[in-house]
Design a protein. Structure first.
Length: 178
C-alpha cells in the first residue's frame, strides 16, 4: 500500500512538473522595454498638476499622467469656460505624436519632425483631423511646448477658428503645483 501511495505521489508530482513546463513554454514572452525616445522622456517629466493662465488671463488647470505602461502621456486641461480637453502624447518611431481631443468635437493629430524634440521647444505640426465638420468647426493646427525648467512650462496653440480661416494662436503659461 505504501508503495502504491509513493508511486501515485511521484506520478502526480511528475505530471504537475510537465503541466507547469508546458504552461511556461506557451506563455507569451515578456517584451523588453521599448527603446527610450529622448523627447518623450522629457514629456514624462511633466507628470503632475499644473496651474496656469491663458494669454487673456483666464485660469487654466492641467494634469499630466503617464499612461499605458509608460507608453503614453495623458494631458487633461480644464479651462475657465468649463471645457475639458484631453491630449495624448506618444512616440512614433523617431518622432512624437499628439492627438488632441478638443472640446469643439474634433481630434487633430500633430507630430514633431523626426529627431526634433531632444532639446529646446517641442514643436508639433498638423498631420490630420478626425470628426471635422468643414462648415462649422475650427481646428487646432499646431502646438509648441516649451519646457522652461522643472516647474514652468508654456504651450502655444495654433488654430483656425473656421475652415479656411487665418491661423491664430494663444499661449498658456503653467507653474507646477507643489
Amino acid at each position: 500500500m505504501r508503495k502504491a501511495l509513493l508511486c501515485a505521489g511521484i506520478l502526480c508530482l511528475g505530471l504537475a512538473l510537465v503541466i507547469a513546463a508546458e504552461k511556461e513554454s506557451t506563455a507569451p514572452a515578456h517584451k523588453p522595454p521599448a527603446k527610450s525616445h529622448p523627447g518623450f522622456e522629457r514629456l514624462k517629466a511633466l507628470a503632475g498638476e499644473w496651474d496656469g493662465k491663458t494669454s487673456g488671463g483666464g485660469a487654466v488647470h492641467v494634469t499630466y499622467r503617464i499612461a499605458s505602461s509608460g507608453t503614453a502621456l495623458m494631458e487633461t486641461l480644464d479651462t475657465p469656460d468649463g471645457a475639458n480637453m484631453i491630449t495624448m502624447y506618444h512616440p512614433d518611431g523617431n518622432r512624437l505624436m499628439v492627438t488632441h481631443y478638443c472640446s469643439s468635437n474634433n481630434q487633430p493629430r500633430m507630430a514633431t519632425r523626426p529627431g526634433d524634440s531632444a532639446s529646446g521647444p517641442i514643436v508639433f505640426d498638423y498631420v490630420d483631423v478626425t470628426n471635422l465638420e468643414a462648415s462649422t468647426e475650427g481646428v487646432m493646427t499646431g502646438l509648441t511646448l516649451t519646457l522652461e525648467d522643472a516647474d514652468h512650462i508654456s504651450q502655444t496653440w495654433t488654430f483656425r477658428d473656421k475652415p479656411g480661416g487665418s491661423p491664430q494662436s494663444d499661449t498658456f503659461r503653467y507653474v507646477r503645483k507643489k
